[in-house]
Ligand binder design. Structure first.
Ligand SMILES: [Zn+2]
Length: 156
């Protein structure tokens, strides 16, 4: 029995590897299709609504299994942007993504100088590990790694 479970887990993880997976857009598609199914079966008895629900559900699952990760991510970003006008959660999600993208070249942390007053923004290059220090309150600064030419425009 335990052996069977392990086999199942391996198969599932192999199937899922390299695939796009679940996101906000697929979530809303699945929820929407469920609502439409309930409406078509219990309220309108309209088989066309039911068909539309099945199609939406199918696209939702197909997106999750898709291997074109870049394209699916772009669709999800477009969806988040569309609803960010009236959803705070979507805005937060977009901001988190932007932040992660922004610091993909450098890792940043703040450090207090030896004088105990000056605050430094310390950037560690993710390419080579080189550490660059900048005094705070300089506004927009273009940070360039002298080793691997990684770039980041940041407000310090
Ligand atoms: Zn570097």
């Amino acid at each position: 029995m335990a052996k069977k479970k392990k086999f199942y887990q391996t198969t599932v993880s192999e199937f899922l590897s390299g695939r796009y997976g679940f996101d906000e857009l697929s979530k809303i598609m699945i929820i929407l299709s469920m609502i439409l199914m309930v409406v078509s079966v219990l309220v309108t008895y309209n088989r066309w609504i039911y068909l539309v629900a099945i199609i939406i559900l199918g696209i939702g699952y197909w997106r999750m299994c898709s291997k074109n990760i870049k394209k699916r991510k772009a669709e999800n970003d477009a969806y988040l942007k569309l609803i960010s006008g009236f959803s705070r959660k979507a805005r937060t999600k977009l901001e988190e993504q932007d932040k992660a993208k922004k610091y993909s070249t450098f890792e940043m942390h703040k450090e207090l100088g030896e004088d105990g007053e000056t605050v430094y923004a310390v950037y560690t290059c993710r390419g080579c590990g080189k550490v660059l220090r900048f005094e705070e309150n300089q506004g927009l600064v273009k940070i360039i790694c002298p080793e691997c030419k990684n770039e980041l425009l940041d407000r310090i």
